[in-house]
Design a protein around this ligand. Structure first.
Ligand SMILES: Nc1ncnc2c1ncn2[C@@H]1O[C@H](COP(=O)(O)OP(=O)(O)OP(=O)(O)O)[C@@H](O)[C@H]1O
Length: 310
């Protein structure tokens, strides 16, 4: 599917430790992401996933360890990390609510525009050309994520799932080589989640490596080439979806009882179908027949609902 003939390391985090006073939120974590890869980062609430992301993107200065992007050690400054080629989205949506959809994407491009303050104030030919290129590129991105028809809408008026998509478009506007997604499907319905899965594959096929935090196990195991599991700040295991799903320590430490025996895809399909049905159905109707699938759906949801609290 990918065209890369050689595998190169895009991201290399080594020995990353983050302490907050007496609390060690991340302890000596190593992680690499290679070209053409989608890597998942999972773990229970409070395991240190977002803290680790913040260390990668310069929001936190790690207490120990270093982070390199394409062989160069990154300075712990968010704008320099973005400029180097790493973009991210946040767990909580951070759009400019009173800007249009297009303007939000244009904001994401500013690290890639070279025109300076005077050029912008004087609106000289250089600025106008750069502005036209930026708009064109931003519209292409909106086309790519399926929001071009809403370019002039205020972002606050978009439905929740589209706001999350717009955040991804804004991150892509900085032309990253690596995209970090922090719970991209939190609060989404199954259809939106499936669409996000397709979007992430399409992003990878554009040559952008992806590192994704998510509580939705089906999403992670469908999507990722490799999955790393953080538990209490430490990396417990890293491997393919099959390896991670089958590891007893992961089941015990993270997936717990409801996921024991890692349900077959068919079982998960049934859960999803039940969720979709339940969403459409009148709350009071068919209580007898809905009882069994609703119970199953709750079991699967136990893993996703946690992500909405933050
Ligand atoms: N700025 C901070 N100051 C102090 N403690 C923090 C800070 N940020 C995170 N922590 C603590 O670090 C630990 C890891 O939190 P973090 O948010 O990284 O976990 P997480 O795996 O992303 O959890 P979730 O899945 O709930 O988002 C938690 O105990 C949290 O309370």
């Amino acid at each position: 599917m990918t065209t890369a003939t050689t595998t190169a390391t895009v991201l290399e985090a080594s020995g990353v430790t983050m302490r907050f006073g007496g609390l060690t939120a991340v302890r000596s974590v190593d992680l690499t992401v290679n070209t053409g890869e989608i890597v998942g980062l999972i773990g229970p609430n409070g395991a240190g996933k977002t803290t680790f992301f913040n260390c990668l993107t310069g929001l936190y200065v790690p207490t120990e360890g270093k982070v390199s992007y394409k062989g160069t050690v990154l300075p712990p400054k968010p704008h320099l990390v973005t400029k180097a080629g790493i973009a991210r989205t946040f767990q909580n949506i951070r759009l400019f609510a009173n800007m249009t959809v297009l303007e939000n994407v244009l904001v994401g491009r500013h690290t890639r525009t070279k025109e300076g303050l005077w050029s912008a104030l004087l609106r000289g030919p250089g600025f106008r050309k750069a502005e036209a290129t930026s708009r064109e590129r931003a519209m292409e991105l909106l086309e790519f994520i399926g929001l071009a028809h809403k370019a002039d809408h205020l972002s606050r008026n978009l439905p929740y799932g589209e706001q999350r998509k717009l955040e991804i478009a804004r991150a892509l506007a900085s032309e990253p080589g690596l995209l970090l997604l922090d719970e991209p499907t939190a609060g989404m319905n199954p259809q939106e989640t499936r669409a996000t899965e397709e979007l992430v594959f399409a992003i990878r096929d554009k040559g952008i490596a992806v590192l994704v935090i998510e509580h939705d196990m089906r999403f992670i195991f469908n999507l990722c080439d490799r999955v790393a599991v953080l538990v209490q700040g430490e990396k417990l295991i890293e491997g393919t979806s099959d390896v991670v799903q089958g590891d007893d320590r992961v089941i015990a430490a993270y997936l717990g009882e409801p996921f024991e025996g890692a349900p077959e895809d068919t079982a998960l399909d049934a859960v999803e179908a039940a969720e979709a049905q339940a969403a459409d159905a009148d709350a009071d109707a068919d209580t007898d027949t809905a009882e069994a699938p609703a119970a199953e759906a709750q079991t699967a949801d136990a893993h996703t609902a946690e992500g909405d609290t933050k």
